[in-house]
Design a binder for this molecule. Structure first.
Ligand code: COI
Length: 356
């Protein structure tokens, strides 16, 4: 990979902020964007001069490969502001690492680390007023890369655009989430792209999820594509099951996203002396545990969703309601995670990175 000799950013600022039009108490996830965005093109084997410019619509040729073959990857991250006004990122090196893992799987070029952090941190400093302090508030960051080359032969592009857009966020799911365990459709297959944050992984879920929504479920918990007997992930979140006091989650694989929140929760569980089993999770085991009362919790974990308790699931026409529980693992891990993210507690694993 060849990079330009420096990653100095060409900055054009917006002449009027939109911030005063935003009701920060009533945000719908992913609908409101800050004043600026970061853009860097890849042409002729090189990342070009990065830019920060006012958030705006862009023009692409209709033949751009992304529109035809879905050559696109993205990340989800958040910035937090503490009560003294300092801005923090949570394990951002992991997002940089993962976008490059995703890109490699889709035959896209890696984005250099110095470009990523310089772009992200400069953008956050420019749009810092959009980050509201207080637990529950964050600025959701969406780095992504698309294939821009105007050519419709089915092969990797030779030009790309890397961008970061930012959206103030509160909760992704309002209230508890009811889920359907997948019995027919699949999200990913062995040797596929399930582990990558590839745009197409999300599009592939929309139709089955809309069928689930018609039945009153917000999400699907995907099962392995071969047998549909093992629970894997929810598509917007990794999934944890608590049987009695043991926390169980599926191992990452080429079908499952290596979630940063997932990994953080496994670490927090170990820090709290909770027994964690990372192993295949049979649907039948969870149904049996729901029947005999040993299933105490199911919750999802992801950047956007943070930690989202699941209140019910359906499989094979059996519906199981999961009763509320005091001192849930979900609320304990959510609080501990948010306290670290908002600089309210010790950060013994060095997960926070200040944007200076
Ligand atoms: C995230 O949690 O950042 C995700 O990428 C999920 C997304 C579909 C909102």
């Amino acid at each position: 990979m060849t990079n330009p000799s420096n990653n100095e950013i060409d900055i054009v600022k917006s002449n009027k902020s939109k911030i005063h039009d935003v009701d920060f108490e009533n945000l719908t996830f992913g609908r409101t964007f800050t004043d600026h965005m970061f853009v860097c093109d890849y042409i002729d084997g090189k990342w070009q001069q990065p830019k920060i410019m006012p958030y705006q619509a862009m023009t692409f040729e209709p033949s751009a490969r992304v529109f035809h073959y879905g050559q696109a990857v993205f990340e989800g991250m958040k910035a937090y502001k503490d009560d003294s006004g300092k801005v923090w990122l949570f394990r951002p090196e992991e997002n940089h690492r993962r976008i490059n893992i995703s890109a490699a799987r889709l035959a896209m070029p890696e984005f250099p680390k110095d470009y990523f952090f310089n772009g992200l941190e400069t953008l956050l400093k420019i749009d810092k007023d959009w980050i509201k302090s207080g637990v529950g508030n964050s600025l959701y960051l969406r780095p992504f890369v698309i294939a821009t080359e105007p050519a419709i032969s089915a092969s990797p592009a030779n030009s790309y655009r890397f961008m970061i857009i930012c959206s103030p966020a509160k909760a992704y799911y309002s209230g508890k989430v009811r889920v359907l365990f997948a019995e027919q459709y699949s999200r990913s297959a062995n040797g596929g792209v399930g582990f990558a944050k590839a745009a197409g992984n999300y599009a592939a879920q929309f139709y089955p999820t809309s069928l689930a929504q018609e039945k009153g479920y917000q999400q699907i918990i995907w099962t392995d594509a071969n047998t549909h007997e093992f629970l894997e992930e929810a598509g917007t979140m990794n999934i944890f099951f608590r049987i009695n006091n043991t926390l169980i989650t599926a191992p990452i694989s080429d079908r499952i996203l290596d979630g940063i929140t997932r990994r953080s929760i496994i670490q927090l569980a170990e820090d709290n002396g909770v027994v964690v089993e990372v192993r295949r999770v049979p649907v039948n085991e969870i149904k049996e545990a729901a029947r005999n009362g040993s299933l105490k919790e199911i919750f999802g974990a992801g950047t956007a969703a943070v930690v989202s308790p699941i209140s019910a699931f359906e499989h094979g026409n059996d519906v199981f309601e999961i009763p509320d529980i005091e001192k849930s693992f979900a609320s304990m891990f959510k609080n501990q995670l948010q306290e670290i993210q908002h600089n309210l507690s010790d950060d013994k694993h060095n997960w926070r990175r200040e944007v200076k």
